[in-house]
Design a protein around this ligand. Sequence first.
Ligand code: HDE
Length: 682
Amino acid sequence: MARKKSQMFTDVGAGGETHQSITTGALLTTNHGMVISDDQNSLRAGERGPTLLEDFVLREKIFHFDHERIPERIVHARGSGAHGYFECTTAIPELTCASLFQTAGKRTPVFARFSTVAGGAGSADTPRDVRGFAVKFYTDRGNWDLVGNNIPVFFIQDAIKFPDLVHAVKMEADRGYPQAASAHDTFWDFASLMPETTHMLMWAMSDRTLPRSLRMMDGFGVHTFRLVDADGGWRFVKFHWRAVNGAQSTSWDEAVKIAGADSDYTRRDLFEAIDSGNPPAWDLAVQVFDQAFADAQPYDVLDATKLIPEEDLPLRVIGRIILDRNPANFFAETEQVAFLPTNIVPGIDFSDDPLLQGRLFSYLDTQHSRLGTTNFHQIPINQPKCPYGNFQRDGHMQTEVPVGRANYEPNSLSDAGEDAGPREDPRSGFTTVARLLEDAAPVRVRSELFADHYSQARQFWISQTPSEQGHIVKAFVFELSKVVMETVRVRMLANLVNVDATLAARVADGLGMDVPAASVPARPMFSVNASPALSIQRSNGPSLVGRKVAVLVATGSLLTDVEALRSDFTAQGASVVVIGPKVNVMLKGGSLALDGQLAGSPSVLFDAVAVVLSETGERELHADPAALQFIRDAFVHLKAIGYSAGAVALLTAAGVDIASDGVSKIGRQFVKNAATRFVSRE
Ligand code: HDE
């Protein structure tokens, strides 16, 4: 029974009906409904006396507060989420009977959570790290969770190595650091001893692990799954998310500075984009193939350290997710959301990928330990939005009130006129695809093709632009320079020689080390062609949508210039943030309340910058280190810089040659430039 707020304390249902929790009432109460008369003072023995144990109001409040934190996720602890919907754009009933893909135009509600992997819940948003990309589809046939990453392959092939991988990358066991960083001995020790990590390491050292925004990264289901049609026929499938407005990364220097300027950078970005009515969107695409295709590849499609190049099997877009609603409460939704790779729906099935198979156990177990109860599915964010019911009963935090005697089946309670409860349905229920298991004898071995660890690592390397290759080299040099154990550095270089001799030579040079002999591959490499789709720079064109442009002003800047920039950029889907030496500045044309103060709004937070100054304003900023750094950084980070005539002297003082690529007067050219970065300046 719904109740109006004003009735809250008088209208208790006559039949003792239970009600949803009430947190927005007119009166403050204890958790048991007693109205509190004073929430400012605890109960004391006299005005200056000790607090009394009798103060149950104080004790309940502190008791609850003491238990506010729940264990953070072992991995992916730092995350941001949003609600939205999936819209099927191309129905694929010939491939799957999954209800969400049956009709073009059909919408399914979703909740997505993006995360870093290694850092704790309070760590910064921008370390070099893989990003989790988890989507819960509340389909009308049950919840389907696609729990992926922003990189299409993984470090290891077998679930049994996951605890070792995670122990190695997290803070070292004795010293408790570094936080959210792979640049330390134990990670590279493990990686260098496990050559199967090499392909993923190439991705991890690339720009993919420095996404400019959660909205500007692609996602991947990683494992091979199955699509199952209405007749029980099946094909293999790989799932991909493509950022509709393009993938974009920051530079390493930028990421490091952002961590200091705004450690909530990507969380804030996602929240603000949705809040301001610019919902991010991703296309869902599939690569569908049969056993014959799988058998013809020089790698095993069940090996999560391998991908299927798009050039060999193009992506087919079947739908789009749009995230258009922020969580109402971070804890209740983003923190308590429980993803389970075992959440699948009829029409989708697992493959025998040994990494995926291990995940099918892990997540259910982890939710129990985090959320403390087997009833975590009753938490609103985890509840299916379709009818559900079974005979599981009781347990900690049971919030449902099952009625009647039917808590088992089979039962014949309907003969007594009672509700007999739900029944299984072989027709519409989930059935595991029929398949012959190749080798029924239990073995602890991997199939032969799993032993090639370098071919696709090499393919990734040769598919990158020279600029991206340069970033990969720098990342390896940086990470390995933090490794104290020389044997680890040598072993890692020996593995890299197998990927590419030049790569190994450049990394060795950066470290001031000799290139060791190549390690011996467990299996000969196969030949590979470059796959342009693996390069962010090659496969993403310029875009202004969702980008942020900073306009630096000071006393006397022309208000009309600022307004023109604002209207030009907003017309193209970008936003404009005006920054100055103070939060209120007198411009020519009127005073303006600015969006940010210079010292707190460095240019690393933006995609392009305009410096709009009068001569007076230029003098005001000329000796300001924050202003000079603002311009210098924008230049070094390859961003478009626009300037007004009055700003030239400041640009020069910052060491920026106005004849450089991507530096132009404010106006049409600057708007065009702002949609890209100028790699030629690198
Ligand atoms: Fe996870 N992973 N994982 N993982 N994973 C968790 O589950 C695990 C793997 C991924 O936003 C945990 O609820 C094992 C691959 C994401 O809440 C835990 C193995 C991929 C998230 C767990 C893997 C992922 C997790 C920690 C090896 C990409 C965050 C808390 C077999 C395809 C989901 C939790 C969110 C979270 C276990 C490997 C993605 C401990 C054992 C491969 C995006 O259960």
